[in-house]
Design a protein around this ligand. Sequence first.
Ligand code: ZN
Length: 254
Amino acid sequence: MDRRIISLGHACQRGVQGTRHSGVVTEPVVRRVDFGYFVRPADETGTGSPRVDPCLGYLVDHPAGPLLLDSGMGTHPEVEAHYRPRRRSLAVALAAVGARLEDIRLVVNCHLHFDHCGGNPELARCPIFAQRTELKAARETVDYTLPDLVDGPGLRYEVLDGEAEVLPGVLIVPTPGHTLGHQTLVVRRADGTVIVAGQSHDTASEYSADVLAWRAQRDGHAPPLPLAPAWMARLQELDPARVVFAHDHAVWEP
Ligand SMILES: [Zn+2]
């Protein structure tokens, strides 16, 4: 279980219990949730070979209650044939990090593709935070996602137009690129900020390249330079100690 703890404060190195005092969470802890994996076909990888990609969510164990970023892979015959997913159910994935489905209070999806909101129908009693632009794209764009995952029975949204603090010390920051309404979760902790960047980048290495591009630009380094996303300045301003991703086990650190 310790391997799944992303932000290791001194007190929480023993796992879930280490962050609690008399059953109360005293500081937000970010835990990786393993929803399984899928196989990206060769014609999507650019390498000529298929690639196995993990599907990862993140549980923020917060004093105000647990928040879940992303909820796993949705099911559809075309998805099964194309991506050949191997899933862990939401309940099983949460149990592996010491959480229960019924305890989740808030849901955030980095975006609404099928592999990020597959478990949302099981969390219909929780408010789901999404950018207005993302929700519009998911509802109006053909083949964007699995429609039942977006507007299934009882699903309700907290619609955002930009940055928001959804819990004390927990921010949502728009990070468009992979999708127009992609968003990133920022968790402030005493030992440093943890950023859950979802699919802003497929890999930690790609994120690293963009941080360096931003840095060279900031330093006034001579052109030509690669262009980093405009929002990189905002994320770096939040001084991340760790950045974690939806489809990469690797972690970015400064
Ligand atoms: Zn996506």
